[in-house]
Ligand binder design. Sequence first.
Ligand SMILES: [Zn+2]
Ligand SMILES: [Zn+2]
Length: 134
Amino acid sequence: MSVFSGKCLCGNVSYQCHSEPKAIFNCHCEDCRRATGSVFGTNLFVPETKVEISGKVSSYSHISDSGSTMTKRFCPNCGSLLFGSNSAKPNVVSIRAGTVDQLALIKPQINLFMDKKVPSTSIDENLKQASRMP
Ligand SMILES: [Zn+2]
Ligand SMILES: [Zn+2]
């Protein structure tokens, strides 16, 4: 039994996750904005071994401001960004919240890179805030 599941826009890539999210962040950094095409990205962090992916994904790697290699995995057919990993945090996968089927599960705990956010983006003041990655 999976805890949650998800898929890309066209459905060629889907996944089952067998763990509760260990953390959920809203990230307002420039990389998340450009990668998602949205004003911020929401990520669910889970242990890599707990995610079962079906379908072919393409990947793109780049170097973050902190110098680690960030790898993004997306559907080669429809372009939906689904997964991310960070060389500084091995064995952890981030799952883009917009691909998750169980909407009630998406409860961000913190807003990151607040100094980079789009000024018009409203923020839930009840959540923690940070100017960078904790
Ligand atoms: Zn797709
Ligand atoms: Zn980010």
